[in-house]
Design a binder for this molecule. Structure first.
Ligand SMILES: *Cc1c(COP(=O)(O)O)cnc(C)c1O
Length: 354
């Protein structure tokens, strides 16, 4: 396969620094779910560590394990999908913090910690309106009471309180924040002293200071992925770090056939609805199939490189532009790209070949 996702690690550095500066004094938790939004945990995590990032957000235990391999001992890993005792045990083996959004999971965490003679670091999740795995407000007082007992018994330590918000409208987010603040008060009244509150992700965290608390979980913006339907990456002072390229593998009449398609994660509804960057200027992507088809240009030859998405420097769209074409969320295109498409560092590419 000739298709490549070229990852610009310098742009990653710059984005992370900008986000850190924006959030300070709140701390950045770099969200690395979906293999760092498709860019590769093994290359993203070491760069982030070098910039002082000490918290990583992993959706599941497999991701947490990949972060631990890349980060070594020390950096904190927050994993928020631990649906059963096996996953909880794996998380504790990785010395990860666990997100708990369910009273039954809290009991499981305590049981696993007891069996291992280990104390689990827990972040309790309040449902502030998204109804996506969080302790319901009416069950919160009981849950924090129970957490306090388990903490007194030495089985858990409640280090954080968190929630996730839609970031679709300020009014909804404000209502969620009020519910969050109330939940924190109830937890404190129960005798818990969580040092970390984290609520926001990229959008609210960077634009609304009152949403930052002690820590903010940011994924998209660090990868230079802007929200669909919102300000562009350039407007936000960010650079997309991933550029997807493919080579011309055949010329058919006026069309260039390129070596990437639906099986590589290029969504077929993009056909006819986006341009790509080519050596002959921008051209329409006219078909997406097993291989895909681009309207030709004068002098095109097999081996020419086509840019499907990137920063826009060669006229190509950003991955957010493509997400907007499909009316989906900003990071959808990046996370959909198949793991079989090789990822390559920008540095490796520009280094002299011997
Ligand atoms: C994906 C995710 C984030 C990061 O969201 P971005 O918009 O990419 O910054 C934060 N928290 C949770 C729970 C998530 O699932």
């Amino acid at each position: 396969m000739t298709a490549r996702l070229i990852v610009d690690l310098h742009a990653l550095d710059t984005n992370i620094r900008r986000v850190q500066t924006r959030l300070a004094p709140a701390e950045l938790m770099l969200v690395v779910k979906n293999d760092a939004y498709g860019h590769g945990i093994s290359r993203v995590v070491p760069r982030a560590l070098a910039l002082g990032v000490s918290w990583f957000g992993a959706f599941d235990v497999a991701t947490a394990a990949a972060v631990r391999r890349a980060a070594g001992d020390g950096p904190r890993i927050f994993v928020w999908l631990v649906p059963g005792r096996r996953e909880i045990g794996d998380a504790l083996t990785l010395d990860a913090d666990v997100g708990v959004g369910d009273a039954d999971v809290l009991e499981d965490v305590a049981a696993v910690a007891a069996a291992r003679s280990q104390r689990a670091r827990v972040h309790l999740k309040i449902d502030t309106g998204l109804h996506r795995n969080g302790i319901r407000p009416e069950e919160w007082a009981d849950a924090v009471g129970r957490a306090r007992s388990l903490q007194d018994a030495g089985l858990i330590e409640v280090v954080g309180i968190w929630s996730h918000i839609a970031e679709a409208s300020d009014d909804e987010d404000d209502a969620a924040r009020a519910a969050f603040d109330h939940a924190v008060e109830v937890a404190r009244a129960a005798g818990l002293t969580p040092a970390l509150r984290h609520l926001a992700a990229s959008a609210a965290g960077t634009t609304r200071p009152e949403f930052r608390y002690e820590m903010t979980r940011v994924g998209a913006f660090c990868y230079g992925i802007a929200p669909a339907g919102g300000p562009s990456a350039a407007d936000l002072g960010l650079t997309p770090i991933g550029t997807l390229t493919a080579s011309v593998i055949a010329v058919e009449g006026n069309d260039a056939i390129i070596d990437i398609g639906v099986f590589d994660g290029l969504p077929s509804p993009l056909a006819g609805r986006t341009d790509v960057g080519t050596p002959g200027g921008t051209r329409r992507l006219v078909g997406v199939g097993e291989d895909s088809r681009v309207e030709g240009w004068p002098g095109m030859v097999v081996g020419d490189e086509v840019v499907i998405y990137g920063t826009g420097s060669r006229g190509e769209p950003t991955s957010t532009d493509l997400a907007e074409v499909l009316d989906t969320i900003g990071e959808e295109i990046a996370v959909r790209l198949s793991p079989t498409v090789p990822r390559e560092d920008d540095d490796a590419r520009s280094a002299p070949q011997s």
